[in-house]
Design a protein around this ligand. Sequence first.
Ligand code: NAP
Length: 523
Amino acid sequence: MAKRLRSHVCGAWHEGNGDAVAVFNPTTGEQIAEVNNSGLDYKAALQYSRETGGPVLRAMTFAQRGELLMAMAGAWHEHRDELLAMSTESGGNTRGDAKFDVDGATGTLSAYARIGAKLGEAKFLIDGDSIRLSRSPRFVGRHVRMPRAGAAIHINAFNFPAWGMAEKMAAAILGGMPVVTKPATSTAVLAERMIEILVEKDVVPAGVISFICGSAGDMLSHVVTQDVVAFTGSADTGCRIRSGEAVIKNSVRVNVEADSLNSAVLGTDVKHQGETWDLFIREVCTDMTQKAGQKCTAIRRIFVPEDKVEDVKADMIETLSSTRVGNPATRGVRMGPLASASQLEDIRSGIGELQAVADIVHGEVGPGELMDTDAESGYFQQPVLLQAKDPANAGIVHEREVFGPVATILPYSGDAAEVAALMNLGDGGLVASVYSDKRDFAASLVTAVAPYNGRLNFGSKKVAEFSMGPGAVLPTLIHGGPGRAGAGEELGGIRGLSFYMQRTALQGDEPMLARLLEDGAEV
Ligand code: NAP
Protein backbone atom coordinates (compact mmCIF):
# COMPACT_ATOMS: atom_id res chain seq x y z
CA MET A 1 0.00 0.00 0.00
CA ALA A 2 1.25 3.50 -0.86
CA LYS A 3 2.57 5.49 2.09
CA ARG A 4 0.27 8.31 3.16
CA LEU A 5 2.43 11.41 3.62
CA ARG A 6 1.81 13.47 6.72
CA SER A 7 2.01 17.09 7.77
CA HIS A 8 3.66 18.13 11.04
CA VAL A 9 1.83 21.04 12.66
CA CYS A 10 1.17 22.25 16.20
CA GLY A 11 3.89 19.88 17.39
CA ALA A 12 2.21 16.69 16.07
CA TRP A 13 1.81 14.64 12.91
CA HIS A 14 -1.40 15.15 10.98
CA GLU A 15 -2.91 12.75 8.43
CA GLY A 16 -6.15 13.43 6.54
CA ASN A 17 -8.95 10.95 5.85
CA GLY A 18 -10.63 9.91 2.64
CA ASP A 19 -9.52 10.05 -0.98
CA ALA A 20 -5.94 11.13 -1.50
CA VAL A 21 -3.82 12.62 -4.28
CA ALA A 22 -1.53 9.92 -5.68
CA VAL A 23 2.23 10.48 -5.99
CA PHE A 24 4.17 8.49 -8.59
CA ASN A 25 7.67 7.25 -9.34
CA PRO A 26 8.35 9.18 -12.58
CA THR A 27 10.61 6.45 -13.98
CA THR A 28 8.07 3.64 -13.72
CA GLY A 29 4.76 5.45 -13.30
CA GLU A 30 4.07 3.35 -10.18
CA GLN A 31 2.29 4.97 -7.29
CA ILE A 32 4.66 5.40 -4.34
CA ALA A 33 2.70 7.60 -1.94
CA GLU A 34 -0.49 9.53 -1.44
CA VAL A 35 -1.34 12.86 0.10
CA ASN A 36 -4.43 14.02 1.94
CA ASN A 37 -4.26 16.70 4.59
CA SER A 38 -8.01 17.19 5.09
CA GLY A 39 -8.93 18.51 8.51
CA LEU A 40 -5.69 20.43 8.89
CA ASP A 41 -6.25 23.61 10.90
CA TYR A 42 -4.06 26.11 9.04
CA LYS A 43 -4.96 28.99 11.33
CA ALA A 44 -3.87 27.04 14.42
CA ALA A 45 -0.71 25.88 12.62
CA LEU A 46 0.36 29.45 11.89
CA GLN A 47 -0.50 30.58 15.40
CA TYR A 48 1.52 27.75 16.94
CA SER A 49 4.49 28.66 14.77
CA ARG A 50 4.30 32.36 15.77
CA GLU A 51 3.67 31.76 19.46
CA THR A 52 5.82 28.69 20.13
CA GLY A 53 8.65 28.80 17.60
CA GLY A 54 9.07 32.58 17.33
CA PRO A 55 9.98 33.38 20.96
CA VAL A 56 12.40 30.43 21.12
CA LEU A 57 14.30 31.59 18.03
CA ARG A 58 14.35 35.27 18.97
CA ALA A 59 15.84 34.39 22.37
CA MET A 60 18.69 32.54 20.65
CA THR A 61 21.87 34.27 19.52
CA PHE A 62 22.96 34.10 15.89
CA ALA A 63 25.61 31.58 16.94
CA GLN A 64 22.93 29.34 18.52
CA ARG A 65 20.67 29.64 15.46
CA GLY A 66 23.72 28.71 13.37
CA GLU A 67 24.33 25.66 15.56
CA LEU A 68 20.72 24.64 14.98
CA LEU A 69 21.20 24.89 11.20
CA MET A 70 24.38 22.83 11.49
CA ALA A 71 22.56 20.20 13.53
CA MET A 72 19.85 19.97 10.85
CA ALA A 73 22.48 19.61 8.12
CA GLY A 74 24.21 16.93 10.21
CA ALA A 75 20.98 14.98 10.76
CA TRP A 76 20.23 14.95 7.04
CA HIS A 77 23.80 14.11 6.14
CA GLU A 78 23.64 11.00 8.35
CA HIS A 79 20.78 9.82 6.11
CA ARG A 80 22.44 10.97 2.88
CA ASP A 81 22.32 7.63 1.04
CA GLU A 82 18.69 7.08 1.97
CA LEU A 83 17.77 10.61 0.84
CA LEU A 84 19.67 10.27 -2.44
CA ALA A 85 17.88 7.01 -3.22
CA MET A 86 14.56 8.60 -2.35
CA SER A 87 15.33 11.56 -4.62
CA THR A 88 15.94 9.12 -7.47
CA GLU A 89 12.78 7.14 -6.80
CA SER A 90 10.42 10.04 -6.19
CA GLY A 91 11.94 12.73 -8.40
CA GLY A 92 13.49 10.80 -11.30
CA ASN A 93 16.93 12.19 -10.43
CA THR A 94 20.20 10.57 -11.46
CA ARG A 95 22.65 10.26 -8.57
CA GLY A 96 24.37 13.47 -9.73
CA ASP A 97 21.05 15.34 -9.88
CA ALA A 98 20.02 13.94 -6.49
CA LYS A 99 23.29 15.18 -4.98
CA PHE A 100 22.67 18.59 -6.51
CA ASP A 101 19.42 18.77 -4.50
CA VAL A 102 20.28 16.92 -1.28
CA ASP A 103 23.89 18.06 -0.85
CA GLY A 104 22.78 21.52 -1.98
CA ALA A 105 20.38 21.51 0.98
CA THR A 106 22.96 20.55 3.59
CA GLY A 107 25.59 22.80 1.98
CA THR A 108 23.31 25.84 2.13
CA LEU A 109 22.39 25.18 5.77
CA SER A 110 26.08 24.84 6.61
CA ALA A 111 26.92 28.09 4.81
CA TYR A 112 24.29 29.94 6.88
CA ALA A 113 25.47 28.18 10.03
CA ARG A 114 28.92 29.67 9.40
CA ILE A 115 27.40 33.15 9.03
CA GLY A 116 25.66 32.57 12.37
CA ALA A 117 28.98 31.64 14.00
CA LYS A 118 30.55 34.84 12.66
CA LEU A 119 27.71 37.01 13.97
CA GLY A 120 28.26 35.36 17.34
CA GLU A 121 26.40 36.36 20.49
CA ALA A 122 24.23 39.04 18.86
CA LYS A 123 20.47 38.58 18.38
CA PHE A 124 19.76 41.28 15.80
CA LEU A 125 21.65 43.32 13.22
CA ILE A 126 22.93 46.88 13.42
CA ASP A 127 22.62 48.46 10.02
CA GLY A 128 25.17 51.21 9.39
CA ASP A 129 26.90 53.81 11.51
CA SER A 130 25.66 56.44 13.91
CA ILE A 131 24.20 59.47 12.10
CA ARG A 132 24.42 62.91 13.73
CA LEU A 133 20.95 64.52 13.68
CA SER A 134 21.42 67.94 15.29
CA ARG A 135 23.97 70.48 16.56
CA SER A 136 24.51 68.24 19.55
CA PRO A 137 26.69 65.19 18.88
CA ARG A 138 24.57 63.35 21.49
CA PHE A 139 21.38 63.37 19.43
CA VAL A 140 21.92 60.64 16.84
CA GLY A 141 20.17 58.12 14.66
CA ARG A 142 20.90 54.42 14.11
CA HIS A 143 19.25 51.61 12.14
CA VAL A 144 18.59 48.10 13.38
CA ARG A 145 17.14 44.97 11.80
CA MET A 146 15.04 42.90 14.21
CA PRO A 147 13.52 39.45 13.59
CA ARG A 148 9.86 39.82 12.60
CA ALA A 149 7.38 38.46 15.12
CA GLY A 150 5.32 36.31 12.72
CA ALA A 151 5.68 33.05 10.81
CA ALA A 152 7.74 32.61 7.63
CA ILE A 153 5.52 30.71 5.20
CA HIS A 154 7.48 28.92 2.51
CA ILE A 155 5.82 27.41 -0.57
CA ASN A 156 8.17 25.46 -2.82
CA ALA A 157 8.31 24.19 -6.39
CA PHE A 158 8.50 20.52 -7.36
CA ASN A 159 12.00 20.54 -8.83
CA PHE A 160 14.13 20.98 -5.67
CA PRO A 161 12.22 19.45 -2.73
CA ALA A 162 15.38 19.35 -0.57
CA TRP A 163 17.43 22.41 -1.57
CA GLY A 164 14.35 24.59 -2.14
CA MET A 165 13.10 23.84 1.36
CA ALA A 166 16.52 24.27 3.00
CA GLU A 167 17.66 27.45 1.27
CA LYS A 168 14.57 29.30 2.48
CA MET A 169 14.76 27.78 5.98
CA ALA A 170 18.42 28.72 6.37
CA ALA A 171 17.87 32.46 5.98
CA ALA A 172 14.59 32.51 7.94
CA ILE A 173 15.89 30.59 10.94
CA LEU A 174 19.15 32.52 11.10
CA GLY A 175 17.10 35.71 10.79
CA GLY A 176 15.04 34.57 13.80
CA MET A 177 11.72 33.55 12.20
CA PRO A 178 9.97 30.18 12.61
CA VAL A 179 9.11 28.40 9.36
CA VAL A 180 5.93 26.85 8.00
CA THR A 181 7.08 25.02 4.88
CA LYS A 182 5.09 23.37 2.10
CA PRO A 183 6.64 21.28 -0.68
CA ALA A 184 5.00 20.74 -4.07
CA THR A 185 2.77 17.68 -3.77
CA SER A 186 4.24 15.75 -6.72
CA THR A 187 7.72 15.45 -5.12
CA ALA A 188 6.79 15.77 -1.43
CA VAL A 189 8.08 12.28 -0.56
CA LEU A 190 11.65 13.52 -0.08
CA ALA A 191 10.71 16.66 1.87
CA GLU A 192 8.43 14.65 4.17
CA ARG A 193 11.23 12.20 4.99
CA MET A 194 13.62 15.08 5.73
CA ILE A 195 11.14 16.55 8.21
CA GLU A 196 10.57 13.09 9.69
CA ILE A 197 14.32 12.80 10.32
CA LEU A 198 14.37 16.12 12.17
CA VAL A 199 11.38 15.07 14.30
CA GLU A 200 12.77 11.57 15.03
CA LYS A 201 16.09 13.00 16.14
CA ASP A 202 14.46 15.87 18.02
CA VAL A 203 16.81 18.33 16.35
CA VAL A 204 14.57 21.38 16.22
CA PRO A 205 12.80 23.09 19.16
CA ALA A 206 8.99 22.94 19.12
CA GLY A 207 7.33 25.32 16.66
CA VAL A 208 10.50 26.31 14.83
CA ILE A 209 9.59 24.21 11.75
CA SER A 210 6.04 23.24 10.75
CA PHE A 211 5.39 21.16 7.66
CA ILE A 212 2.31 21.29 5.44
CA CYS A 213 2.15 18.30 3.09
CA GLY A 214 -0.49 18.63 0.38
CA SER A 215 -2.73 21.52 -0.46
CA ALA A 216 -2.10 24.98 0.99
CA GLY A 217 -5.84 25.05 1.74
CA ASP A 218 -6.93 28.35 3.25
CA MET A 219 -3.55 28.98 4.91
CA LEU A 220 -2.95 32.27 3.16
CA SER A 221 -6.25 33.70 4.36
CA HIS A 222 -4.87 33.52 7.94
CA VAL A 223 -1.70 35.54 7.42
CA VAL A 224 -1.12 38.51 9.74
CA THR A 225 1.01 41.63 9.44
CA GLN A 226 4.21 40.15 10.92
CA ASP A 227 4.16 37.06 8.67
CA VAL A 228 6.12 36.76 5.44
CA VAL A 229 5.49 34.51 2.45
CA ALA A 230 8.30 33.20 0.24
CA PHE A 231 7.11 31.36 -2.85
CA THR A 232 8.86 29.46 -5.62
CA GLY A 233 6.87 28.18 -8.56
CA SER A 234 5.03 29.32 -11.63
CA ALA A 235 4.30 32.97 -12.35
CA ASP A 236 0.54 32.22 -12.35
CA THR A 237 0.55 30.80 -8.81
CA GLY A 238 2.87 33.61 -7.69
CA CYS A 239 0.36 36.13 -8.96
CA ARG A 240 -2.48 34.39 -7.13
CA ILE A 241 -0.51 34.33 -3.88
CA ARG A 242 0.47 37.99 -4.14
CA SER A 243 -3.09 39.06 -4.75
CA GLY A 244 -4.63 37.09 -1.86
CA GLU A 245 -7.04 39.25 0.16
CA ALA A 246 -5.37 38.77 3.56
CA VAL A 247 -1.93 39.23 2.02
CA ILE A 248 -2.93 42.59 0.55
CA LYS A 249 -5.01 43.74 3.53
CA ASN A 250 -2.24 42.99 6.03
CA SER A 251 0.61 44.25 3.80
CA VAL A 252 2.30 40.88 4.15
CA ARG A 253 5.77 40.74 2.60
CA VAL A 254 5.85 38.34 -0.34
CA ASN A 255 8.93 37.08 -2.17
CA VAL A 256 8.31 35.39 -5.50
CA GLU A 257 10.78 33.23 -7.45
CA ALA A 258 9.06 32.36 -10.72
CA ASP A 259 9.63 31.63 -14.40
CA SER A 260 12.73 32.72 -16.25
CA LEU A 261 13.90 32.59 -19.85
CA ASN A 262 17.61 32.56 -18.97
CA SER A 263 19.98 33.46 -21.76
CA ALA A 264 23.55 32.69 -22.76
CA VAL A 265 25.49 34.71 -25.34
CA LEU A 266 28.51 33.58 -27.29
CA GLY A 267 30.82 36.52 -28.15
CA THR A 268 32.07 37.08 -31.70
CA ASP A 269 35.65 36.75 -30.47
CA VAL A 270 35.30 33.15 -29.29
CA LYS A 271 37.17 30.73 -31.55
CA HIS A 272 35.78 27.31 -32.45
CA GLN A 273 36.95 24.65 -29.99
CA GLY A 274 39.05 27.03 -27.89
CA GLU A 275 38.76 26.95 -24.09
CA THR A 276 35.93 29.48 -23.92
CA TRP A 277 34.04 27.78 -26.74
CA ASP A 278 34.26 24.42 -25.02
CA LEU A 279 33.10 25.95 -21.73
CA PHE A 280 30.11 27.48 -23.52
CA ILE A 281 29.13 24.17 -25.20
CA ARG A 282 29.60 22.26 -21.95
CA GLU A 283 27.53 24.66 -19.86
CA VAL A 284 24.61 25.08 -22.30
CA CYS A 285 24.38 21.29 -22.76
CA THR A 286 24.64 20.65 -18.99
CA ASP A 287 21.84 23.12 -18.37
CA MET A 288 19.62 21.37 -20.93
CA THR A 289 20.10 17.92 -19.43
CA GLN A 290 20.89 18.31 -15.71
CA LYS A 291 17.70 17.50 -13.76
CA ALA A 292 16.15 16.95 -17.22
CA GLY A 293 16.20 20.72 -17.69
CA GLN A 294 13.92 21.28 -14.67
CA LYS A 295 16.05 24.03 -13.19
CA CYS A 296 14.78 27.58 -12.83
CA THR A 297 18.26 28.81 -13.77
CA ALA A 298 18.64 26.61 -16.87
CA ILE A 299 19.63 28.33 -20.11
CA ARG A 300 16.62 28.44 -22.43
CA ARG A 301 17.82 30.96 -25.05
CA ILE A 302 21.25 30.60 -26.67
CA PHE A 303 22.41 33.66 -28.62
CA VAL A 304 25.05 32.82 -31.21
CA PRO A 305 26.76 35.05 -33.85
CA GLU A 306 25.32 34.13 -37.24
CA ASP A 307 28.66 32.90 -38.62
CA LYS A 308 29.13 30.49 -35.70
CA VAL A 309 25.66 28.91 -35.66
CA GLU A 310 26.57 25.82 -37.71
CA ASP A 311 29.60 25.00 -35.54
CA VAL A 312 27.64 25.53 -32.31
CA LYS A 313 24.84 23.31 -33.56
CA ALA A 314 27.25 20.55 -34.59
CA ASP A 315 29.07 20.58 -31.24
CA MET A 316 25.88 20.73 -29.19
CA ILE A 317 24.29 17.91 -31.16
CA GLU A 318 27.38 15.79 -30.61
CA THR A 319 27.24 16.37 -26.83
CA LEU A 320 23.47 15.93 -26.56
CA SER A 321 23.54 12.74 -28.65
CA SER A 322 26.02 11.19 -26.23
CA THR A 323 23.84 11.97 -23.19
CA ARG A 324 22.31 8.67 -22.08
CA VAL A 325 18.66 9.07 -21.11
CA GLY A 326 16.92 6.41 -19.06
CA ASN A 327 16.54 4.85 -15.63
CA PRO A 328 18.16 7.40 -13.29
CA ALA A 329 19.20 4.64 -10.89
CA THR A 330 21.37 3.02 -13.58
CA ARG A 331 25.06 3.85 -13.72
CA GLY A 332 25.93 5.71 -16.92
CA VAL A 333 22.53 7.34 -17.31
CA ARG A 334 22.98 11.12 -17.43
CA MET A 335 19.36 12.24 -17.69
CA GLY A 336 16.24 10.83 -16.09
CA PRO A 337 12.53 11.48 -16.64
CA LEU A 338 10.54 14.61 -15.94
CA ALA A 339 9.09 14.76 -12.45
CA SER A 340 5.43 14.14 -13.28
CA ALA A 341 2.97 13.25 -16.02
CA SER A 342 1.65 16.81 -16.06
CA GLN A 343 5.18 18.19 -16.54
CA LEU A 344 5.69 15.81 -19.46
CA GLU A 345 2.45 16.96 -21.04
CA ASP A 346 3.35 20.63 -20.48
CA ILE A 347 6.82 20.20 -21.99
CA ARG A 348 5.49 18.43 -25.04
CA SER A 349 2.91 21.09 -25.72
CA GLY A 350 5.57 23.75 -25.06
CA ILE A 351 7.82 22.27 -27.77
CA GLY A 352 4.84 22.42 -30.14
CA GLU A 353 4.34 26.10 -29.32
CA LEU A 354 8.02 26.90 -29.91
CA GLN A 355 7.84 25.21 -33.32
CA ALA A 356 5.59 28.01 -34.56
CA VAL A 357 8.67 30.26 -34.64
CA ALA A 358 11.61 27.83 -34.45
CA ASP A 359 12.75 24.64 -36.17
CA ILE A 360 13.85 21.56 -34.27
CA VAL A 361 17.52 20.90 -35.11
CA HIS A 362 18.03 18.00 -32.71
CA GLY A 363 15.65 15.51 -31.05
CA GLU A 364 11.89 15.31 -31.32
CA VAL A 365 8.83 15.11 -29.13
CA GLY A 366 9.10 11.71 -27.48
CA PRO A 367 11.32 9.72 -25.14
CA GLY A 368 13.96 8.66 -27.69
CA GLU A 369 16.17 5.69 -26.98
CA LEU A 370 16.10 4.83 -23.28
CA MET A 371 18.58 2.90 -21.18
CA ASP A 372 17.35 0.25 -18.75
CA THR A 373 13.68 1.22 -18.78
CA ASP A 374 10.79 1.35 -21.17
CA ALA A 375 9.15 4.38 -22.65
CA GLU A 376 5.61 3.31 -21.89
CA SER A 377 5.56 3.82 -18.15
CA GLY A 378 7.91 6.73 -17.32
CA TYR A 379 7.68 10.46 -18.05
CA PHE A 380 10.61 10.69 -20.46
CA GLN A 381 11.39 13.41 -22.98
CA GLN A 382 14.66 13.41 -24.92
CA PRO A 383 16.63 16.71 -25.25
CA VAL A 384 15.27 18.99 -27.96
CA LEU A 385 17.32 21.81 -29.51
CA LEU A 386 15.57 24.35 -31.70
CA GLN A 387 16.70 27.28 -33.85
CA ALA A 388 14.61 30.45 -34.10
CA LYS A 389 13.75 31.62 -37.60
CA ASP A 390 13.60 35.33 -36.75
CA PRO A 391 14.87 36.02 -33.20
CA ALA A 392 13.43 39.55 -32.95
CA ASN A 393 9.98 38.23 -33.82
CA ALA A 394 10.13 34.90 -32.00
CA GLY A 395 7.69 36.05 -29.27
CA ILE A 396 6.96 32.67 -27.71
CA VAL A 397 10.68 31.79 -27.38
CA HIS A 398 11.12 34.87 -25.18
CA GLU A 399 7.90 34.30 -23.22
CA ARG A 400 7.20 30.59 -22.68
CA GLU A 401 9.41 28.74 -20.22
CA VAL A 402 9.43 25.14 -21.41
CA PHE A 403 10.55 23.56 -18.12
CA GLY A 404 12.41 20.54 -19.49
CA PRO A 405 15.42 19.53 -21.65
CA VAL A 406 14.64 22.15 -24.26
CA ALA A 407 16.54 25.22 -25.50
CA THR A 408 16.54 27.43 -28.59
CA ILE A 409 19.46 28.89 -30.57
CA LEU A 410 18.88 32.49 -31.64
CA PRO A 411 21.34 33.82 -34.25
CA TYR A 412 22.46 37.47 -33.92
CA SER A 413 24.66 39.74 -36.04
CA GLY A 414 27.48 40.06 -33.49
CA ASP A 415 26.46 43.50 -32.28
CA ALA A 416 26.32 43.89 -28.47
CA ALA A 417 23.41 46.37 -28.48
CA GLU A 418 21.37 44.07 -30.72
CA VAL A 419 21.91 40.99 -28.57
CA ALA A 420 21.18 42.94 -25.36
CA ALA A 421 17.83 44.05 -26.79
CA LEU A 422 17.03 40.43 -27.77
CA MET A 423 18.01 39.13 -24.31
CA ASN A 424 15.78 41.69 -22.63
CA LEU A 425 12.75 40.44 -24.56
CA GLY A 426 12.69 37.76 -21.83
CA ASP A 427 11.50 40.62 -19.61
CA GLY A 428 13.34 39.66 -16.45
CA GLY A 429 15.48 36.62 -15.70
CA LEU A 430 17.33 34.83 -12.91
CA VAL A 431 20.65 34.63 -14.71
CA ALA A 432 22.25 35.56 -18.02
CA SER A 433 25.64 34.35 -19.21
CA VAL A 434 28.17 35.97 -21.50
CA TYR A 435 30.96 33.82 -22.97
CA SER A 436 33.76 36.01 -24.28
CA ASP A 437 37.41 36.82 -23.70
CA LYS A 438 36.93 40.38 -24.95
CA ARG A 439 36.35 42.49 -21.86
CA ASP A 440 34.84 45.33 -23.91
CA PHE A 441 32.15 43.05 -25.28
CA ALA A 442 31.16 41.83 -21.80
CA ALA A 443 31.34 45.35 -20.36
CA SER A 444 29.17 46.81 -23.10
CA LEU A 445 26.42 44.33 -22.25
CA VAL A 446 26.41 44.89 -18.49
CA THR A 447 24.58 48.20 -18.23
CA ALA A 448 21.98 47.06 -20.74
CA VAL A 449 21.19 43.63 -19.29
CA ALA A 450 21.91 43.93 -15.54
CA PRO A 451 18.58 45.70 -14.80
CA TYR A 452 16.81 42.72 -16.37
CA ASN A 453 18.65 39.96 -14.52
CA GLY A 454 19.34 38.88 -10.95
CA ARG A 455 22.76 37.45 -11.78
CA LEU A 456 25.28 37.73 -14.62
CA ASN A 457 27.72 34.92 -15.28
CA PHE A 458 30.85 35.67 -17.32
CA GLY A 459 32.46 32.61 -18.87
CA SER A 460 35.99 33.05 -20.22
CA LYS A 461 39.16 31.04 -20.57
CA LYS A 462 40.48 32.60 -17.34
CA VAL A 463 37.71 30.95 -15.31
CA ALA A 464 36.94 27.90 -17.49
CA GLU A 465 38.66 25.60 -15.02
CA PHE A 466 36.68 26.86 -12.02
CA SER A 467 33.28 27.68 -13.47
CA MET A 468 30.33 25.80 -11.98
CA GLY A 469 28.03 27.18 -14.69
CA PRO A 470 25.07 29.53 -14.37
CA GLY A 471 22.74 26.77 -13.17
CA ALA A 472 24.27 26.42 -9.72
CA VAL A 473 22.73 28.74 -7.14
CA LEU A 474 25.28 29.61 -4.46
CA PRO A 475 24.36 30.62 -0.90
CA THR A 476 26.82 33.52 -1.05
CA LEU A 477 25.24 35.19 -4.10
CA ILE A 478 21.71 36.52 -4.40
CA HIS A 479 19.14 34.40 -6.23
CA GLY A 480 16.09 35.93 -7.87
CA GLY A 481 15.34 38.24 -10.72
CA PRO A 482 13.09 41.08 -11.83
CA GLY A 483 9.93 40.99 -13.94
CA ARG A 484 8.92 37.58 -15.20
CA ALA A 485 11.30 35.94 -12.68
CA GLY A 486 9.08 37.23 -9.88
CA ALA A 487 11.04 40.30 -8.67
CA GLY A 488 12.26 38.29 -5.69
CA GLU A 489 15.61 38.04 -3.97
CA GLU A 490 16.87 35.23 -1.75
CA LEU A 491 20.23 34.09 -0.36
CA GLY A 492 23.29 36.32 -0.94
CA GLY A 493 24.78 35.45 2.45
CA ILE A 494 23.68 37.90 5.14
CA ARG A 495 21.57 39.81 2.58
CA GLY A 496 19.10 36.91 2.66
CA LEU A 497 18.20 37.72 6.27
CA SER A 498 16.71 41.13 5.40
CA PHE A 499 13.41 39.64 4.21
CA TYR A 500 12.87 38.10 7.64
CA MET A 501 13.81 41.20 9.64
CA GLN A 502 12.25 44.61 10.14
CA ARG A 503 14.52 47.60 9.60
CA THR A 504 13.77 50.19 12.26
CA ALA A 505 15.36 53.62 12.72
CA LEU A 506 16.25 54.63 16.29
CA GLN A 507 16.84 58.25 17.28
CA GLY A 508 17.88 59.57 20.66
CA ASP A 509 20.70 60.05 23.09
CA GLU A 510 23.87 58.40 21.77
CA PRO A 511 24.98 56.61 24.98
CA MET A 512 21.44 55.33 25.48
CA LEU A 513 21.25 54.01 21.91
CA ALA A 514 24.69 52.43 22.31
CA ARG A 515 23.31 50.55 25.33
CA LEU A 516 20.26 49.39 23.33
CA LEU A 517 22.55 48.09 20.61
CA GLU A 518 24.68 45.92 22.89
CA ASP A 519 22.89 42.77 21.67
CA GLY A 520 23.32 43.67 18.00
CA ALA A 521 25.94 42.71 15.41
CA GLU A 522 27.31 45.35 13.05
CA VAL A 523 26.98 44.48 9.36
P1 NAP B 1 3.38 25.72 -9.20
O1 NAP B 1 2.40 24.83 -9.84
O2 NAP B 1 3.15 27.18 -9.24
O3 NAP B 1 3.50 25.20 -7.69
C1 NAP B 1 4.42 25.76 -6.81
C2 NAP B 1 3.95 25.56 -5.38
O4 NAP B 1 2.78 26.34 -5.17
C3 NAP B 1 3.56 24.13 -5.04
O5 NAP B 1 3.97 23.86 -3.73
C4 NAP B 1 2.05 24.16 -5.15
O6 NAP B 1 1.43 23.17 -4.36
C5 NAP B 1 1.77 25.53 -4.59
N1 NAP B 1 0.48 26.09 -4.95
C6 NAP B 1 -0.24 25.89 -6.08
N2 NAP B 1 -1.35 26.65 -6.05
C7 NAP B 1 -1.34 27.32 -4.87
C8 NAP B 1 -2.21 28.26 -4.26
N3 NAP B 1 -3.34 28.66 -4.86
N4 NAP B 1 -1.90 28.74 -3.04
C9 NAP B 1 -0.78 28.34 -2.42
N5 NAP B 1 0.11 27.47 -2.96
C10 NAP B 1 -0.18 26.97 -4.18
O7 NAP B 1 4.83 25.52 -9.79
P2 NAP B 1 5.65 24.17 -10.00
O8 NAP B 1 5.06 23.50 -11.18
O9 NAP B 1 5.83 23.40 -8.74
O10 NAP B 1 7.09 24.75 -10.35
C11 NAP B 1 7.51 25.01 -11.66
C12 NAP B 1 7.80 26.46 -11.84
O11 NAP B 1 8.60 26.94 -10.77
C13 NAP B 1 8.60 26.74 -13.08
O12 NAP B 1 7.91 27.69 -13.83
C14 NAP B 1 9.92 27.31 -12.60
O13 NAP B 1 10.45 28.34 -13.36
C15 NAP B 1 9.58 27.83 -11.28
N6 NAP B 1 10.76 27.78 -10.41
C16 NAP B 1 11.36 28.95 -10.09
C17 NAP B 1 12.48 28.94 -9.28
C18 NAP B 1 13.16 30.20 -8.87
O14 NAP B 1 13.97 30.14 -7.97
N7 NAP B 1 12.87 31.32 -9.48
C19 NAP B 1 12.96 27.73 -8.78
C20 NAP B 1 12.32 26.56 -9.14
C21 NAP B 1 11.21 26.61 -9.97
P3 NAP B 1 0.88 21.79 -4.99
O15 NAP B 1 2.05 21.11 -5.59
O16 NAP B 1 0.35 21.09 -3.79
O17 NAP B 1 -0.14 22.18 -5.99
